[in-house]
Design a protein around this ligand. Structure first.
Ligand code: NAD
Ligand code: ZN
Ligand code: ZN
Length: 371
């Protein structure tokens, strides 16, 4: 069949919205009519080359839609079912999946290639070439074919243009606070960068009982939004946060620091570590450029003497099959704000405007809506 997709043909180029050819789903695969896709900063890393995935690629990894057709052997989802895609597949059988770490599923190792999990080939084609898929999903398209391991079935009452956010940003941000940082009641928490990920780290920290949440962002609009999501204080840089936290905490500093900037910067790691308390934990969720020069600039003596902790977090260290339905349930009960995350919506044709608005600091999340 033919469908429409945003394809990246080379780095530092705009997304090319064009008609592509889509094959029928093979064994273990699912054809989905996508309803909406969030515009996460991780797709921007494809265009800058910070994430060096194989091109040409159909972008997008934060999507939700309706199943149209299933391939041979797919028994637990059927046409008409609503699904959110997990940006990491979860097979349920590998050591990570079977010990409660689906975010580290062994199938994630295939992500950089962006081909079908089943046989390493492509179902998406354009201009005589095979296309790869961001996170093996390709949600910047009206339809896609993905492996069943990437599909999480959801109830039909939640609007798909909100449910899509659970495929990456909401679980990643919320889990960065609740699971990776392990925020506990009374903590002082710092969130560095208030985009789609940081806004949800703030929501997670609040629900986990943080006493103070200090949000850092250079953009005034982001700092205002941070207060709506539950921040108690805002400042515009980590340099400004240092004396601010010293004053606020009587010198004890932050129990948890969560890094959710647009692009990670190793030269700033010393500043981030300096915001952490004794035994404080710094969580690195933001993506650093693959070929970042100079590594991390930080005091390892301070790490030891203050027993600080530095941890990475992927997909909020969560389990997509458990956490996506759980967080949708919290949205349904009014405990988690998804509506406020969506600043602007766009058609697929307007994707480059959407990313320009992200760069200009205008969006918590921009969402592509297809119907
Ligand atoms: N680890 C994971 O599983 C995972 C998943 C999704 C996204 N990410 C990464 O998380 C990061 C954030 O993604 P997003 O979609 O929220 O991005 P975004 O562009 O929507 O938001 C980033 C925010 O950081 C702010 N910022 C930039 N430099 C800053 C600085 N020096 N200090 C404070 N704030 C600063 C920006 O003003 C912006 O508001 C990206 O690197 C993305 O690739 C990681
Ligand atoms: Zn993402
Ligand atoms: Zn697995």
């Amino acid at each position: 069949m033919k469908t429409k997709a945003a394809v990246l043909w080379e780095v530092n180029a705009p997304w090319s919205v064009e008609e592509i050819e889509l094959d029928a789903p093979g064994p273990g695969e699912v054809l989905v009519k996508i309803a909406a896709s969030g515009m996460c900063h991780s797709d921007e890393h494809l265009t800058t080359g910070d994430l060096p995935f194989a091109l040409p690629i159909v972008g997008g990894h934060e999507g939700a839609g309706v199943v149209e057709q299933v391939g041979e052997g797919v028994s637990w989802i059927a046409p008409g079912d609503h699904v959110v895609f997990g940006f990491i597949p979860s097979c349920g059988r590998c050591p990570s999946c079977s010990t409660g770490h689906q975010n580290l599923c062994d199938l994630g190792a295939l992500m950089g290639l962006g081909l079908q999990i089943s046989d390493g080939t492509s179902r998406h084609h354009a201009q005589g070439k095979d296309l790869t898929l961001m996170c093996m999903l390709g949600t910047f398209a009206h339809h896609t074919v993905v492996n069943e391991a990437s599909c999480i079935k959801i109830e039909k009452d939640v609007p798909l243009d909100k449910a899509c956010l659970l495929g990456c940003g909401v679980v990643t941000g919320w889990g960065s606070a609740v699971y990776a940082a392990d925020v506990t009641p009374g903590d002082t928490v710092v969130v560095v960068g208030v985009g789609g990920i940081g806004a949800n780290a703030i929501q997670g920290a609040k629900i986990a009982g943080a006493k103070r949440i200090v949000a850092i962002d250079p953009v005034e609009f982001k700092r205002e939004k941070a207060m709506e999501f539950g921040a108690t204080h805002t400042v515009s840089s980590m340099a400004e946060a240092l004396p601010f936290l010293q004053e606020l905490t009587w010198g004890t500093m932050a129990n948890k620091v969560i890094m959710t900037m647009g692009v990670g910067d190793g030269q700033l790691m010393g500043e981030a570590m300096a915001l952490a308390a004794k035994r404080g934990r710094v969580v690195v969720t933001n993506i650093h450029p693959a070929f970042e020069m100079g590594g991390a600039n930080m005091s390892l003596l301070d790490l030891t003497l203050m027993e600080k902790q530095l941890v990475g977090s992927l997909f909020g260290s969560g389990n997509p099959r458990a956490d996506i339905p759980k967080l949708l349930g919290m949205y349904r009960e009014g405990q988690l704000d998804l509506d406020g995350l969506v600043t602007n919506t766009y058609t697929l044709d307007d994707i480059n405007q959407g990313y320009q608005d992200m760069r200009d600091g205008k969006n918590i999340r921009g969402v592509l809506v297809y119907e």
